[in-house]
Design a protein around this ligand. Sequence first.
Ligand code: BEZ
Length: 221
Amino acid sequence: MPGILLGDVFPNFEADTTAGRIKFHEFLGNSWGILFSHPRDFTPVCTTELACAAKIEQEFKKRGVKMIALSIDSVEDHKNWSKDVMAFNDNAGSPLPFPIIADDNRELSVQLGMLDPDEKDKDGLPLTARCVFVIGPDKKLKLSILYPATTGRNFDEILRAIDSLQLTAQKKVATPVDWKPGEKVMVIPSLSDAEAASLFPNGVTTKDLPSGKKYLRYTQP
Ligand code: BEZ
């Protein structure tokens, strides 16, 4: 079955984009990357999503994350659609600040498991779902999100998840429900109390629980 799992090396595919032909790993360089797919150009939800991504482009840049979008239309369509997207942002005339991959033969969409069987074009062919792939500097898949065509994504959540990925890539911690940068994090279960004490100079606090088990260990990273 096509698709890609967490920890897999992301395929070093070649593709035509609005910024020319790319080889994906070379495009990423040593950066983190985000690839997000869209069902189709010139559709309403997709337009709001791309516009949001363009608006918060600096947030991705700050985090060292290179952005690239994908849909199953041509480079020419992507270029024309990009003008609508920027106009929707009241920024007509400015270029979309990231490339869009033209997957008009659906090759990549099949390879990466991105097609939505419930949404079809007028010829009965499936459209791309709303996938998000976050790729680490080691080119491995760190996070994937898959929404159907009918549900637009939340880019605040995507940035929050990237903050968690980047923190937990550096420190032996995990981020709890609704965590935001600056808040306390959890010590991962595989660390002993002694290891945790030496790794986290800000201290570790434990919440008492009816089970008596000391697994809810918080620290300030
Ligand atoms: C949209 O982007 O609005 C959309 C695209 C395909 C199916 C449903 C909605």
